[in-house]
Design a binder for this molecule. Structure first.
Ligand SMILES: NC(=O)c1ccc[n+]([C@@H]2O[C@H](COP(=O)([O-])OP(=O)(O)OC[C@H]3O[C@@H](n4cnc5c(N)ncnc54)[C@H](OP(=O)(O)O)[C@@H]3O)[C@@H](O)[C@H]2O)c1
Length: 253
């Protein structure tokens, strides 16, 4: 029987691929036979993971990439195509979620940084990658969003707005690129045990408040995002585009 989740030999670019959810997805796609491009600002960390993948018999390369620098992103896509001849899957995973004391104390510089990394970078990479994919028969874009988009909190207003924008980008880009065979979907994450969440998760006073409304009564392990990513990257989701799939352990409505 055909494995509709097959991603073997697909070229998969994962921004923020070196740590956290990105690392889990890099390892999982490589284990499934994909050619993984691990991209982040600190290329040494990407190289270390790419080496780990190659040492386990997988295929991977490291790529320096700052998703907040719009003008550099064309070179990122070009580098993937130069190495592997194509790009099949883009995972817009890199993000940052700084806590701001209040809206009035949120500076323009901070808002710009949050929007640049969580929204503008993914928008630009989606445009460039989908255009490239269109020339090779299609592909898939997966945006990594946050429950903060749907349940905004005052301490993360700009982040929530950026991720809500990412959800809207998913819907709009799905419409724009469907005619050329590119599907665009989104994974909406609850709380996962990564560096980004460490300050909250590591705080014994805060953790119970995070866990309390979660049906499964725990936060997620990074590996638990992988199934959804493989689904959106593969033919298993061939009739799905513009969708947002929430993975949050069942947070109470
Ligand atoms: N963890 C959660 O609870 C949670 C919840 C909801 C949504 N999310 C979303 O999930 C995604 C991954 O988060 P995570 O928790 O895995 O974060 P993480 O553990 O902090 O890892 C972030 C990754 O992104 C890279 N990165 C950061 N800024 C970048 C930039 N400007 N350009 C390129 N790469 C950059 C980092 O590497 P370098 O430092 O080398 O750049 C690292 O590989 C984010 O979009 C986040 O908003 C996470």
């Amino acid at each position: 029987m055909t494995n509709r989740f097959n991603v073997k030999d697909k070229v998969v670019l994962i921004t923020g691929g070196s740590r956290g959810l990105g690392r889990a997805m890099s390892l999982a796609f490589a284990a499934e036979g994909a050619k993984v491009v691990v991209a982040s600002r600190k290329v040494a960390a990407c190289e270390a993971l790419a080496n780990e993948i190659r040492n386990s018999g997988g295929e991977a390369m490291a790529l320096e990439c700052h998703v907040g620098k719009w003008d550099t992103l064309e070179k990122v896509i070009d580098a993937v195509v130069a190495a592997y001849g194509r790009i099949d899957v883009l995972i817009n995973n890199a993000g940052m979620s700084p806590v701001a004391p209040s809206l009035l104390e949120t500076t323009e510089a901070l808002v710009d940084k949050i929007l640049d990394i969580n929204l503008k970078g993914p928008l630009r990479l989606t445009a460039l990658a989908a255009t490239q994919m269109a020339g090779t028969g299609g592909g898939a874009v997966i945006n990594i969003s946050s429950l903060a988009a749907q349940r905004p909190a005052p301490i993360t207003t700009a982040y929530s707005a950026a991720k809500a924008g990412l959800n809207a980008l998913t819907a709009a880009a799905a419409q724009e690129f469907a005619p050329v065979g590119v599907r665009v979907n989104c994974i909406v994450c609850g709380t996962f045990d990564t560096d980004a969440a460490a300050a909250m998760v590591g705080n014994a006073d805060i953790l119970p408040h995070i866990v309390e409304p979660i049906a499964l009564q725990r936060i997620g392990n990074p590996e638990e995002v992988v199934g959804a990513a493989l689904y959106f990257a593969s033919d298993a989701s061939s009739y799905t585009t513009g969708a947002c799939l929430t993975i949050d352990g069942g947070v109470r409505p």
